[in-house]
Design a protein around this ligand. Structure first.
Ligand code: ZN
Ligand code: ZN
Length: 216
């Protein structure tokens, strides 16, 4: 018995859910993906901008967020191509096993994220001044702690400056500087002395930089 396809009206003796085989494949897909996506990436640190926030993530993961799963038990594999990814999907649609091949074009829009812009401009909020009998173990400790904190507080970047009688850490985050100073006090019995240095005026307000002198 002949039936006509709901979509293209072609007559055939084999309909699947009312569609001819071609239309069925087109209408019932394993996945739906955009043909092209644009990714905003910091050219300095590689972070990706997603919904106005910057994250450490991969281009693969960023693309996978745009995939709409339509089938069941769908597995997706990506393969780099010249202009993006080849996307292989396998799984089930209405109980039928299916494999699909697609391609997505990726265009990368290179920018500088706000944190990298701050680093480049030499921005810092606080100074940790090391004086007295400190050693390499303590320097390593400070840098390990700051790197750890940077996972949560991305302003915890720093640079160092040799000065008479010691070394200064110029740190992008006041709270990170405070945390490290407190740790130095607890773990190495360091003596802390806090002061504030007028840095600039902004919108009629005085902006201060914290200065913490750490003596060992
Ligand atoms: Zn059809
Ligand atoms: Zn960056």
């Amino acid at each position: 018995m002949q039936h006509s396809c709901l979509l293209c009206r072609k007559t055939t003796d084999k309909l699947i859910n009312g569609y001819c085989e071609e239309c069925y494949k087109k209408e019932f897909k394993l996945i739906e993906i955009p043909h092209k996506i644009e990714i905003i990436q910091c050219k300095n640190c590689g972070k990706i901008n997603s919904r106005n926030k910057w994250y450490h993530t991969s281009i693969e993961n960023e693309f996978l967020k745009t995939v709409r799963i339509k089938g069941k038990d769908v597995k997706i594999k990506l393969e780099k191509s010249k202009t993006g990814f080849r996307v292989f999907a396998k799984g089930y649609v209405n109980g039928d096993y299916r494999e699909e091949r697609n391609h997505v074009e990726i265009s990368i829009n290179n920018r500088i994220c706000p944190i990298c812009a701050k680093k480049k401009s030499g921005y810092y909020e606080a100074t940790l001044q090391l004086r007295g009998n400190y050693n390499d173990q303590i320097l390593n400790f400070i840098e390990t702690q700051l790197n750890k904190i940077e996972g949560r507080d991305n302003k915890a970047f720093f640079r160092t400056k040799k000065v008479r009688g010691g070394v200064d850490y110029l740190i992008g985050s006041k709270s990170a500087t405070n945390k490290v100073a407190e740790l130095l006090k607890r773990q190495f019995n360091a003596e802390l002395k806090r002061s504030y240095k007028l840095h600039t005026r902004k919108e009629g307000m005085n902006i201060y930089r914290d200065v913490i002198l750490v003596r060992f």
